[in-house]
Design a protein around this ligand. Structure first.
Ligand SMILES: Nc1ncnc2c1ncn2[C@@H]1O[C@H](COP(=O)(O)OP(=O)(O)O)[C@@H](O)[C@H]1O
Ligand SMILES: [Mg+2]
Length: 291
């Protein structure tokens, strides 16, 4: 997204207010999403998605499309369901015993919750990058080679070497690690570890990359590096990123989805959301009145 737009958004005050303003209740008109949640050629399509953790109704009736070659930012106050929604898209919520997901989620038209769906394959097609970089306790090389090995993607060592190199190049890390491929991935700096995790994700040629606050553990320089990378990766992948930084959402995304207490309140193109939000809750959130 454009620089002028991210500069127009106020930086959060250095000193947070002593009394955090509570997240307001959903208004009566927040039960239907404002804005067009569809795209012409979606890679992922979600309809009437609800998620429960036991009795806690964490996601309420969310309809949203993810487009090809777009970065869509999920924003909203803490606890409003961004991570939960993101984790529906590659069935990561399957790993939480109390979680129950209903509704319809398709990837290229295929129902991802169908019994025929191979979940290991699904998670290669819809890869995930977490808040805290989580390289395996293996070498740099083996981190990136891990997915191609378990999916039998390379026919021989030469091909595997090529995939590893190409993935590290795409993740903008090759020049920094090409002489350290045998060293542990956990020995890299935080920003390098996060790029290693991105390389590991793209090594299996996903269609979609999910990122849950991927820069929140990184310093500003490493953050800028990842943001540039996200923009480059958009040429080949759809990216869904959760971020609590309005500036980051403005810089990296083309569309923004605003979540509030489990509802998708508003979705629209990034410039429109930040310059002319239509829902009062969206406006109050992006201008820093709460959250
Ligand atoms: N593993 C879990 N088990 C039970 N409840 C959870 C779990 N993860 C999240 N929740 C609940 O679901 C709601 C949404 O949380 P989350 O998706 O993490 O929000 P966000 O990412 O927007 O901060 C919250 O009420 C949270 O307490
Ligand atoms: Mg979260």
């Amino acid at each position: 997204m454009s620089e002028h737009l991210s500069h127009a958004i106020p930086e959060p005050a250095a000193d947070p207010p002593a009394q955090p303003v509570p997240v307001p209740e959903l208004t009566a008109d927040a039960h239907e999403t404002v804005g067009d949640y569809t795209v012409a050629d979606p890679v992922i399509r979600t309809r009437r998605v609800d998620v429960f953790y036991g009795d806690n109704h964490a996601i309420r009736n969310v309809d949203l499309d993810i487009g090809q070659n777009e970065v869509i930012a999920l924003i909203g106050p803490s606890g409003c369901g961004k991570t939960t929604y993101l984790r529906c898209l590659n069935r990561m919520n399957d790993t939480i015993e109390s979680a129950r997901v209903t509704g319809e989620i398709t990837l290229e038209g295929e129902d991802i919750y169908s019994r025929r769906m191979d979940v290991v394959m699904l998670r290669a097609r819809v890869g995930m990058v977490f808040q805290k970089p989580n390289p395996f306790p293996k070498s740099v090389y083996d981190n990136v080679a891990y997915g191609p090995r378990i999916h039998g993607i390379a026919r021989n060592r030469t091909e595997l070497d090529q995939i590893v190199r190409r993935s590290l190049e795409r993740a903008g890390l090759w020049s920094e690690v090409k002489d350290r491929l045998d060293e542990p991935g956990t020995g890299l700096s935080g920003g390098q570890q996060q790029r290693l995790c991105i390389a590991r994700t793209i090594a299996v040629s996903p269609e979609v990359i999910l990122m849950d606050e991927p820069c929140s553990a990184l310093d500003p320089i490493a953050t800028a590096r990842i943001e540039d990378l996200i923009d480059e990766l958009r040429q080949n992948y759809a990216i869904v990123i959760v971020t609590h930084s309005m500036q980051q959402a403005a810089r990296v995304s083309q569309r923004v989805a605003y979540f509030h207490l489990g509802r998708l309140v508003e979705v629209g193109n990034t410039e429109a959301i930040f310059t002319n939000p239509r829902h009062r809750l969206t406006e109050d959130y992006i201008t820093g009145r709460f959250g």
